[in-house]
Design a binder for this molecule. Sequence first.
Ligand code: SF4
Length: 463
Amino acid sequence: MASATAFPRSISSYSLVSRESSVGSVKRQDASVVAAAAVRPRGRLMLARPCRALEPTERADSAVHAATAVEASAAAVREEDTVDYEKLGNELEIASPLEIIDRALEMFGDEIAIAFSGAEDVALIEYAKLTGRPFRVFSLDTGRLNPETYRFFDTVEKHYGINIEYMFPDAGEVQTLVRSKGLFSFYEDGHQECCRARKVRPLRRMLKGLRAWITGQRKDQSPGTRANIPVVQVDPVFEGVDGLGSLIKWNPVANVDGKDMWNFLRTMNVPVNTLHSQGYVSIGCEPCTRPVLPGQHEREGRWWWEDAKAKECGLHKGNLKEEGGMPASNGNGVVSSNGVISGIPDIFETNTIFNLSRPGIENLLKLEKREEPWLVVLYAPWCQFCQAMEASYVELAEKLSGSGIKVGKFQADGDQKPFAKEELQLGSFPTILFFPRSMSKPIKYPSEKRDVESLLAFVNALR
Ligand code: SF4
């Protein structure tokens, strides 16, 4: 794998050309002829040779496009310490992705790289190409990607004449995990351990050699975890070459709508992963990604057996603001000592839905024979999927009112979560349980269709 050090250090064959740098006045140059000079935020003057198309059989010595970097002035080293990235992020909030990427590449030259997942973030590569500047691309090969994604990587390399810098997990670490827990342990105890070995640590290694990285995160991908991502920020989680607090994270498409992203890809005739035509929107590892249905949110296709709040693989962990194991209140509430967020209004608030306390549901669980069957939702008021099913659950409760079936709710986050996981089959929120009249063990609703008709069909099949 190439790194910044793989770039030749000589400048003898290139001319120094200063470049327009202001956002909104991107100056295109003939990529095959001119060398661009960029002032990095670290303050050193760097020469970078812009992209050139590679011959189909040619593998670049460097990771992507050949570039030349030189130390030009030690005296200027301190200059970038004055960059205020919060201010810069605010300034760039209304800039186009092209302008943002141009600015990022201009500032960081060969010490920035695009993180490419093999999905619609291929748009980042297209934008980078359009800037006319040299750029690097890396991908995490977890060993568990779909065959379509591997083929797509190859297509992208050929289409753009680039060599993707693949990062691989540590063989010993993966071997230990798989030998001790099997190939699919993430279905049993969550995806974090596997993601840590296959994604997070390789990413950390990659970023340790960079000063900045570019991601394809968008606000609309996950209202729960990505709603507030800035266009540029000091990376809150990972460290760059100069340690923690030194890595800059660029999110040029943060404000782009998914539809606009796809319009751009179509307009520019950009190759896309064939999995998209099979219903996949968000694309990750094969065992942890599935197509979504019309109307479903794209992140519902990832780690669908887990809580919505856990649906970050660790690559963008900074999006999750956790306190006491619970998501933070995103400004609307406070996490209390029992881990429950106060200040967020409760849901399923209607006379036809019984609010079960812990002793109440324990009692329901203990009964061998019940006077009437119960349908109970295990929920968390902050969970977007629980909120999304509120209207249909309330309507269902009204329909079942007087039918002899009781409808209830049990708030299962915070301190109640371990109990709910152990005793009530809680996997992710919401979990819906049917307690039959003559069976002690509740039956878990197996589907993610939470419309009234589907829920009624479930109840009628078991009543
Ligand atoms: Fe492992 Fe799934 Fe994470 Fe891939 S997405 S690293 S298979 S847990």
